[in-house]
Design a binder for this molecule. Structure first.
Ligand code: HEC
Length: 108
């Protein structure tokens, strides 16, 4: 019984991992995980965003690799807490890739 459950869980995560992420899904992810600080429009004009000093993603000039690092590892505050949380436990590589492309569109 245990083994069957395990196989189902594994098969599920494999299918998810390889499925292309649609624009709707990535918009949903951004609104769910990022918009509380960065705002739905990316401008970070939210109460939490202002308080933590979140970046306006329209003004952002960092490279894909830097965005990826920021999403994976977050950003530590001087007091040891996080200004931006790390998402490496929460998002899979495909989701992060889709989010990088999504937030770069704010720059246009
Ligand atoms: C709890 C608030 C919070 C959440 C949630 C959050 N961020 Fe951030 N983000 C910040 C803060 C604060 C900074 C600025 C940190 C710094 O560089 O000092 C930042 C910076 C960034 C930067 C760097 C921009 C630049 O030009 O340096 C990127 C990219 C980014 N966030 C993307 C995301 C994405 C994508 C998500 C969702 C997966 C997300 N953030 C979720 C608070 C947040």
């Amino acid at each position: 019984m245990r083994r069957t459950l395990c196989a189902i869980a594994l098969a599920g995560s494999l299918t998810l991992g390889h499925a292309a992420i649609s624009q709707d899904e990535v918009a949903y992810l951004f609104n769910k995980e990022c918009a509380s600080c960065h705002g739905k429009d990316g401008k970070a004009r939210t109460p939490v965003g202002r308080k933590l000093g979140a970046k306006d993603l329209k003004e952002s000039k960092v490279s894909d690799a830097e965005i990826e690092k920021q999403i994976l590892e977050g950003k530590k505050a001087k007091d040891g807490g996080y200004t931006m949380p790390a998402f490496k436990e929460k998002l899979d590589p495909d989701e992060i890739k889709a989010l990088i492309a999504f937030i770069k569109k704010f720059r246009q």
